[in-house]
Design a binder for this molecule. Structure first.
Ligand SMILES: NC(=O)c1ccc[n+]([C@@H]2O[C@H](COP(=O)([O-])OP(=O)(O)OC[C@H]3O[C@@H](n4cnc5c(N)ncnc54)[C@H](OP(=O)(O)O)[C@@H]3O)[C@@H](O)[C@H]2O)c1
Length: 344
C-alpha cells in the first residue's frame, strides 16, 4: 500500500508544479488530496491522468495523511504546519516560516540529505528559497574539491517566484505597454514589464533585502556555516527560471577546467559551457527541467583562487516542487516513514 499525500497550496504556482512532479516521478501515492483556501474549494485540478477536486485546507483531517507538501505562504505555514505535524503527518514546507528553526532540517537532497533524519523533532522539514536551492547544488561539489571561503552573487529572478498574481502582473503590464494602457504596479514595488527591480522581498535595517539575507542564512545552514556570502537580488521580466552570476573564492587553487569536470559529474548539475555564440543556458531553456545548469565557468583574475559561474534553474521545479518531492522520496527510500494505513 502507498502513501496518502496532501498538497496544500495546490492551486498556486508551486502547488500545481508539485502535482506534476509527483505524477511524473511516479511517487508511491495511493491517494492525493489537493488543498487550498476556501475560495478554491471544488476547483478541478490535474494530477497525472486524473482530475481532482480541491478541498479546503482548514477542514481537512490529517490523521490518516502521511505527507503534506505545503506551499501556501508563510503565515499559513506558521499556523498550520504544527497542527498538521501534530496529527502525525510529516510536513515538507516551501515557505520561509520554518527554515531557520534549529529543530527543522533545511534540505537540498544533493547537498545535505543525511540531515533529513532530524525531522522527527517537529515532524517538519523545510525547503529552501528558490535562489538558494540552485546555488548550493552548484557550490557543493566545488566546496568538496577546494573549500569555498566567499561567494558574491547577483540574481536575476523570474516573476513566478513571487506567486501567480505576480506572474499575471508581468503579463498584464507587458500587454498594457503594447496597447498604451496605463501601467499598474500591485505585487511589485515598481513596473516590472521591460524593467528590472533591485528589490526582492522587504528591506531590512542594514540595507539588504530579506531575500538577500535568506541566501546567506540558508547557504550557511545547508552547506557550511563558515562560507561568507553576499547577494544582490534582482527581479527581472522573465516568467520562469532564476539565473545567477556567481563569483566564488576558494581556500585552494581550482582551475576552470577542473571545475568543469567536477560539475559534469555532480548530482543535479548539467554543464553547458561552450565558448561560442549561444554556448550557455538562458532561463527560457531551463523551464520544465529539474537540472541546475552551469555555464560561463571562468577563472577570476582579480583574486587568488576564484571562479565565475552562470547558474540557471527552473525556480518552480528545483527551486520548489522538485526539491520538495525529492525530500519526500528521501523519507520513503530511507524508510524513515511508513504508510499509516499499513502501520495501523
Ligand atoms: N514560486 C517559487 O519559486 C517559490 C519557490 C520556493 C518557495 N516558494 C514559496 O511557496 C509558497 C507558495 O508560492 P507560490 O508561488 O505557489 O504562491 P501562489 O501562486 O500565490 O499560490 C499560493 C497558494 O496558497 C494557497 N493559499 C493562500 N491562502 C491560503 C489559506 N489561508 N489556506 C489555504 N491555502 C491558501 C492559495 O490558494 P487559493 O488559490 O485558494 O488562494 C494557492 O494555492 C510561498 O511561501 C513561497 O514563498 C515559492
Amino acid at each position: 500500500m502507498g502513501y496518502k499525500v496532501a498538497v496544500a497550496g495546490a492551486t498556486g504556482n508551486v502547488g500545481r508544479e508539485m502535482l506534476t512532479v509527483l505524477a511524473e516521478r511516479g511517487f508511491p501515492a495511493d491517494e492525493l488530496v489537493p488543498l487550498a483556501s476556501r475560495r478554491s474549494q471544488g476547483t478541478e485540478i490535474t494530477y497525472g491522468d486524473e482530475t481532482l477536486k480541491v478541498k479546503a485546507l482548514e477542514s481537512h483531517d490529517f490523521s490518516d495523511t502521511d505527507i503534506c507538501l505545503m506551499s501556501a505562504g508563510g503565515s499559513v505555514s506558521k499556523e498550520w504546519a504544527p497542527r498538521i505535524a501534530g496529527q502525525g503527518c510529516v510536513v515538507i514546507d516551501n515557505s520561509s516560516a520554518w527554515r531557520y528553526d534549529a529543530a527543522v532540517p533545511l534540505i537540498v537532497p544533493e547537498v545535505n540529505a543525511d540531515a533529513v533524519a532530524g525531522f522527527t523533532k517537529r515532524n517538519i522539514i523545510a525547503n529552501p528559497n528558490c535562489s538558494t536551492a540552485q546555488l548550493v547544488v552548484a557550490l557543493k561539489p566545488l566546496h568538496d574539491a577546494a573549500t569555498i571561503t566567499r561567494v558574491v552573487v547577483a540574481t536575476y529572478q523570474s516573476v513566478s517566484g513571487a506567486g501567480k498574481e505576480a506572474t499575471d502582473e508581468l503579463f498584464t503590464q507587458s500587454r498594457a505597454v503594447f496597447v498604451s494602457d496605463p501601467i499598474e504596479a500591485k505585487k511589485f514595488p515598481k513596473r516590472i514589464a521591460f524593467n528590472v527591480i533591485p528589490q526582492v522581498d522587504v528591506f531590512m535595517e542594514d540595507g539588504f533585502t530579506r531575500e538577500e539575507w535568506k541566501m546567506v542564512a540558508e547557504t550557511k545552514k545547508i552547506l557550511d556555516p563558515k562560507i561568507r556570502l553576499v547577494a544582490t537580488c534582482v527581479r527581472v521580466p522573465v516568467f520562469i527560471s532564476h539565473s545567477e552570476a556567481v563569483a566564488v573564492e576558494f581556500e585552494r587553487p581550482i582551475s576552470a577546467e577542473e571545475a568543469r569536470g567536477i560539475l559534469r559529474e555532480a548530482p543535479g548539475c548539467l554543464v553547458v559551457d561552450k565558448h561560442e555564440d549561444g554556448g550557455y543556458i538562458t532561463p527560457y531553456e531551463a523551464v520544465g527541467e529539474d537540472a541546475t545548469y552551469i555555464s560561463r565557468i571562468r577563472e577570476d583574475p582579480t583574486v587568488d583562487n576564484g571562479l565565475m559561474l552562470w547558474v540557471v534553474s527552473d525556480n518552480l521545479r528545483k527551486g520548489a516542487a522538485t526539491n520538495a518531492v525529492q525530500i519526500a522520496e528521501l523519507l520513503v527510500n530511507r524508510q524513515l516513514i511508513q504508510p499509516k494505513r499499513v502501520a495501523a
